[in-house]
Design a protein around this ligand. Structure first.
Ligand code: ADP
Ligand code: MG
Length: 398
């Protein structure tokens, strides 16, 4: 789960990390009060969307002004002007895709005098199974580009969970950033605070780009991109409250209500599968036969008829779907339950596109019989290969 920059900064502040003062606003009328509260003389008006690259982004609407999604304002009037230009408009950045994202919230922040911009992130490194800090002196820019062009400028510092973040990790971060004296102390301190925030809140990723040195020699987190491990959210009701549903895919929200693991993709073949591994294999084989899947969907091991119906509705709600592949291996899940769910769903939402069903496992004969006797236009398949070929040929009009 992702949150907005201003929410991430509020959270980091709780752990003692240095962030600027700021006020989040939802309407242009609130801009003046926010600017006055901060006092100036320099403000930054920042679009709050769940995507980076806002500074270099462009608005689709001409009346949103020429500047990007992060704007420096030198007067209260400018703060007001930028706020009314940006709110409600669509910002396109390298991370939003060409459709962009609507800006519904702004963060008005104290402007900083920047001496240097660094990059610092913390993430769960799958190779070592540990939290790692990734730091670079090349901040404020696209870190993927830095990694590609000058990999020697990226340093990784891994933390052993048995000890947690120790002063030597902090010193390694400071060294990688070329800091000494008081700034090295600040970096040391910050590393430990960020590690504590990361672990206590079950974060998945924390990216500070840029981490700055101000002209008066202070380290400060100028941007904050935070995402949390969704499987650990039940432990953090305070974090759950930060969820902004307008930033999420409507189909994914619906799926999460039914505890379905659903990820929207760009292709044309809707998939309903049980088990994450089989679901991945299904996506692979669709691609192997030359088409693209419209989604990843794992209905889980113990899916009820109600859950299958919900899954079916979510798949058919996607206007790009030109065909559906149901691929179920009945282990804990029984094939007859799936068959009944599919039929109930088809009757409830109608079937406008070809449907291929491959069933295998517990109660498979019963399941197949239910589908045969339903009178619905379902294409049966015997195995994964057969199923993939049939749905690919069906969406191609064969
Ligand atoms: P994004 O990464 O989405 O473009 P950032 O928050 O990193 O958004 O802002 C982009 C750039 O704007 C930063 O690299 C920094 O140079 C500048 N900036 C952001 N916040 C401030 C601030 N409070 N004061 C001064 N400059 C800022
Ligand atoms: Mg940034």
């Amino acid at each position: 789960m992702n949150i907005h920059e201003y929410q991430g900064k509020a959270l980091l502040k709780e752990f003692g990390a240095p962030v600027s003062r700021g006020v989040a606003i939802f309407s242009a009328e609130e801009a003046e009060a926010a600017a006055k509260e901060l006092g100036g003389p320099l403000w930054v008006v920042k679009s709050q969307i769940h995507a980076g690259g806002r500074g270099k982004g462009k608005f689709k609407e001409a009346d949103a002004g020429e500047k990007g999604g992060v704007r420096l304002a030198k007067s209260i009037d400018e703060v007001k002007e930028f706020a009314s230009q940006m709110l409600g408009k669509t910002l396109v950045t390298v991370q939003t895709g060409e459709d962009g994202k609507q800006v519904n919230r702004l963060y008005i922040e104290d402007g900083s005098d920047i001496e240097k911009e660094f990059y610092l992130s913390a993430l769960v490194d799958r190779a070592t199974g540990r939290v790692a800090f990734v730091v670079s002196t090349e901040g404020g820019m696209d870190i993927e580009q830095v990694a590609h062009d000058t990999p020697e400028k990226i340093h990784t510092i891994t933390v052993d969970p048995a000890t947690g973040a120790m002063p030597h990790h902090g010193r390694a971060v400071a060294k990688a950033l070329g800091l000494s004296g008081d700034l090295a102390k600040q970096a040391n301190d910050l590393t430990i605070k960020l590690y504590n925030a990361f672990v206590s809140k079950d974060m998945e990723m924390l990216e500070i780009n840029p981490l700055i040195v101000t002209t008066d020699g202070k380290l400060r987190c100028l941007d904050a991109k935070v995402s949390f491990d969704s499987n650990a959210l039940y432990r953090h009701p305070d974090v759950q409250e930060l969820r902004d549903l307008t930033e999420e895919d409507a189909k994914e929200i619906e799926a999460s209500k039914y505890d379905l693991a659903y990820i929207a993709l760009d292709g044309t073949i809707g998939c309903m599968v049980n088990g994450a591994g089989l679901a991945m294999a299904t996506l692979d084989i669709i691609k192997l036969y030359g088409e693209e899947p419209a989604n990843f969907l794992d209905v889980g091991g113990g899916a009820s008829e109600e859950k299958v119906t919900a899954a079916f509705k979510i798949i058919t709600a996607d206007p790009n779907v030109k065909g559906i592949l149901v691929n179920i291996f009945g282990g804990i899940m029984k094939c007859d339950v799936i068959a009944r769910g599919v039929i109930a769903a088809v009757k409830a939402v109608g079937l406008q596109v070809p449907l291929v069903v491959r069933l295998e496992g517990t109660n498979v004969e019963e399941g197949k019989q239910i589908i045969r006797e339903s009178g619905l236009n379902v294409i049966p398949a015997d195995d994964l290969d057969d199923a993939a070929q049939k749905i690919v040929s069906a969406v191609r009009g064969g």
